[in-house]
Design a protein around this ligand. Sequence first.
Ligand code: PLP
Length: 392
Amino acid sequence: MKKTDLLMIPGPTPLPDAVRLVLSSPGIGHRSADFKEILKRVFPALRWIFQCKNEVFLYTASGTGAMEAAIVNTLNAGDLVLVLVNGVFSQRWADIAKTLGVEVECLTVEPGQAITPEQLRAKITAHKGAPIKSVMMTHSETSTSVLSPLKELAAVSRELLPEALIIADTVTSLGAAPFQFDAWDLDIAVSGSQKGFMLPPGLSFLAYSDRAWKAHKACKNPGFYFNFSKYLKAQVEFTTPYTPGTNLITGLDVALSLMQEEGLDNLTARHRQLQEMTRAGLSAMGLELFVPKFEEASPSVTAFLPPKGITVDAVRGELKKTYGIVIADGQKELKGRIMRIGHLGAVSEREVLTVLSSLEASMIKLGAPIQVGKAIPAAIASASKEKVGAHA
Ligand SMILES: Cc1ncc(COP(=O)(O)O)c(C=O)c1O
């Protein structure tokens, strides 16, 4: 019997039933009074999840669209930016900026490492030449499962470069890791629907500060489709400048209400707990975690190495074929070297225990040299007594 696959990749994430139901609704006019009512709930809820006072722009585009929007709206060709690079997605900031004619300086560390405030301090202090107009960083680097200390990095940037815009990718951290846009004095943060928002891909979100708004107003060519001014003008009237992804937005309305019902503290505690369980289970099996330090590891995804003599393809293939579970390969130079288990969005202890036990079964079938019978007890023991991760 063919069953639906269990998606344990770091996005797209599984969809809650309530979201799936509304996504299949027959359709709604984007200029209708009913849709306006939805936006009246969605816009404040987005401000809640970002913890910010200004509007959060709602784009019908994947996360990369919001990344491009951040740059095109606030920077000019020839400006210099500093990009903190520790993987595929942080590198994307540099790639987009260069494409738009922005000059890029990188602070690069090895994939699997977090970028520390001390490294950023040293880099900025040593910088000579043109002023740095923006510091761009990635909270959860999905390609390696690293969480960088965004709050502390932003504080160093603000202290040493008070005028520079702090632009953050929170694509796989929002809704999973503690995050406060206004309190951390960020200028732009972006995220996407197929991650902690428990939706299919297709929407992205952008929070901005007054400082970013000023930069937008001074920007020589802030573009057309993603133009901040067009979105603000529309959003204060509870509408959108162009035809938005209407069904996705009806899903977003439901997803945000599920997130609000759970509450920010419980959301982050649940993701931390699922991360701890995953890490404990993998370690007990004798598998090597790609990010050894818990404090540097993302609460939304865990990367690990295959055991000696066993390929990533073989493990992922067995998981998919026999158990209907999908986990992610590494990306770019880490393809075939690591595997990644997503534990983001609508996941609970049930999914984590399922992926761990199925992974163990796959390893046994492949003859992998692992510790048998240890993963589940270790995962259960690591789950906190407070059952925030219980299946609802
Ligand atoms: C950290 C991070 N940034 C950016 C992106 C790009 O988002 P999208 O694929 O939605 O364009 C992703 C996608 O996985 C991501 O994980």
